[in-house]
Ligand binder design. Structure first.
Ligand code: G
Ligand code: G
Ligand code: MN
Ligand code: NA
Length: 251
């Protein structure tokens, strides 16, 4: 299709950029950021992932695009590691199902980590529950292989997909991410509050850290803190911004 051709050209022409959204701990300190890809389109301006990730996935372009995202995020982390104010930063990178299940994903990821010179423990890969449908055993195997080298894992969009608790306990995860669809109305919708409470309790009982995304107000933050949530991401702390703007927040 036309957009597919355009995407292919955009990759060659370096039209993609990463924005970074801060992640904050219980003391309100910036611990790092999630990398979020954007397309700097020559005529349409800055295009968000909703406008191209799905097409990149079906066309297979997600493989070179995903490699570019991972490499760029690791190079940014290497720069942050070398600077006092940001030396402790971790970086979270979204990995699509197709990308993760690609045959060479483990080797490629380890090569990127090695070449960028980052501490692998500062790299957190965000996976989604869909991986459990597409290939449980392969997913678990690859996670263990990467974890042996120190790489961490967060389960993104948790609760929105196919959550089988029996798989959850087998995944070598470090963190659960409460999806923003539960956070948005957590103060007004008792069902969302119940889900949030259950996710935190479940995650904690499995020894995981819990990050809430889409936190926009102090009231949401306080409620979530009250039920045991310990890390935050959302407009209350920072929008997705370019690397330099994020550095200013850390200063
Ligand atoms: O960036 P936004 O702020 O609009 O992100 C929307 C969605 O796009 C996110 O939920 C995320 O899962 C997805 N996304 C953002 N960046 C990437 C990326 O680099 N790779 C993949 N696979 N998905 C991404
Ligand atoms: O990968 P994931 O689905 O988790 O990506 C996070 C998405 O959530 C991005 O599209 C990001 O721009 C968006 N986001 C992050 N914080 C907030 C927030 O506080 N409010 C809203 N409405 N969206 C947010
Ligand atoms: Mn994410
Ligand atoms: Na999410």
């Amino acid at each position: 299709t036309e957009i597919e051709t355009e995407l292919r050209a955009a990759l060659l022409d370096s039209q993609f950029v990463l924005h970074y959204q801060g992640q904050v701990d219980g003391d309100g300190l910036l611990t790092g950021a999630e990398a979020l890809v954007r397309w700097q389109h020559p005529t349409r301006g800055l295009v968000g992932p909703a406008g191209f990730i799905a097409i990149a996935e079906t066309s297979g372009l997600i493989l070179p695009l995903g490699r570019w995202v991972l490499r760029t995020a690791c190079e940014q982390l290497a720069l942050w590691s070398a600077s006092a104010a940001t030396a402790h930063f971790t970086i979270a990178v979204n990995v699509s199902v197709r990308q993760f299940l690609q045959r060479d994903f483990v080797e490629e990821t380890l090569a990127i980590v090695r070449e960028s010179g980052i501490d692998p423990a500062c790299l957190k890969l965000e996976l989604t529950e869909t991986l459990m449908i597409e290939g449980v055993e392969e997913t678990i195997g690859k996670m263990h292989a990467l974890r042996e080298h120190g790489i961490c894992f967060s389960l993104d969009d948790f609760g929105t997909g196919y959550s089988s608790l029996s798989y959850l306990k087998r995944l070598p995860l470090d963190q659960l991410k409460i999806d923003q669809s539960f956070v948005r109305d957590v103060l007004d919708d008792p069902n969302d509050a119940s889900i949030a409470r259950s996710v935190v309790a479940l995650g904690k009982s499995l020894g995981l850290k819990i990050i809430a995304e889409g936190v926009e107000t102090e009231a949401q933050r306080n409620f979530l803190a009250g039920i045991g949530c310990d890390h935050w991401q959302g407009y209350l702390f920072s929008r997705p911004v370019d690397a330099r703007t994020l550095e200013e927040l850390a200063a």
